[in-house]
Design a binder for this molecule. Sequence first.
Ligand SMILES: *Cc1c(COP(=O)(O)O)cnc(C)c1O
Length: 377
Amino acid sequence: MISNRIYLSAPHMSGQELAFVQQAFATNWIAPLGPNVDAFEQEFAEAVGTTYATALSSGTAALHLALILAGVDVGDEVIVSTLTFSASVNPIVYQRACPVFIDSERVSWNMDPALLAETLERKARARRLPTAVILVHLYGQSADITPILEVCNRYEIPLIEDAAEALGATYYGRAPGTFGKAGIFSFNGNKIITTSGGGMLVSNDADLITHARKLATQARDPAPHYQHSEIGYNYRMSNVLAGIGRGQLQVLEDRVQARRRHFDAYVAALSDLPGIDFMPEAAWGRHTRWLTVIIINPERFGVDREQVRLILEAENIESRPVWKPMHLQPIFASAESVGGNVAESFFKDGLCLPSGSNMEISERQRVIEVIRSLANN
Ligand SMILES: *Cc1c(COP(=O)(O)O)cnc(C)c1O
């Protein structure tokens, strides 16, 4: 008999979402605006500690608008972490700008502040400073924001935070995503809370958010006759989906706790094995453990990451290699890249384990038993 499939990170509804969705139906607000959208934006802004938030159709759309509003244009350079999902980079190319990739540090696996500082210094000397820096907070953990923000401020380059994977994390008590000029979050189906698909753009800059809302609704000028003086997009979130988001936001803290419990259980059950290490939690804040990530040393463990993944798959268990760094992607092969060995090593040996907040303890136990059975004695 084939056991039920165990997913990496499945959607997890609380039931409270339905009341907000029903409200949308009852009042016929089936549109990319409405009371759930307004309330979700306010509740989200409060939850992460920012002044303004605007709900959008995806995290990618949010990042695209953030880049437009940072003035990113044809031929500009934009610095971004190399260890990330392609959605962190694609909007740079939508603007016909050029990504410049920066390697990770080993404390949080996020952008190395020293490498960023060196790169900006070098580019300042060459009089070719980037138009923006995109800082990614990976797998539920904040990057080391302070030194990165400092060096961006020194050169007057706007910092945009990609916190798509880091809702619920902290950096010295505050939410990553709220430090820069703008921050983005995602509610895709695999994220820590979901609206099936959706995103949020946050900022403390009222003008930026007003302009983002305009661009997201086809850039209509304030006139009754549909007048346009810039190019717009159709990027707003549906009022139905915002209802799901309101219900999900109420259980965010439970979701973080559930994922952290999975991590603790994996550590307790696997850390004695030779050649197994875990993604670290930096001293500056709380890692949500959106995904539990292990590093498998193939010599010491006896089996490499890809073999472990395939054996888990044969047991109907979904796991996934750490993001393939952007500087190794065929589509970005000609882009400039600073360093890359650290991110490459995480990709080579890193594996994301099932971490969903609705994964059963018995399912987690199945994952643990498969991995333990493969270890060198
Ligand atoms: C999911 C994700 C995005 C994109 O969010 P969507 O809502 O799926 O468009 C961007 N960056 C990172 C790091 C992500 O994990």
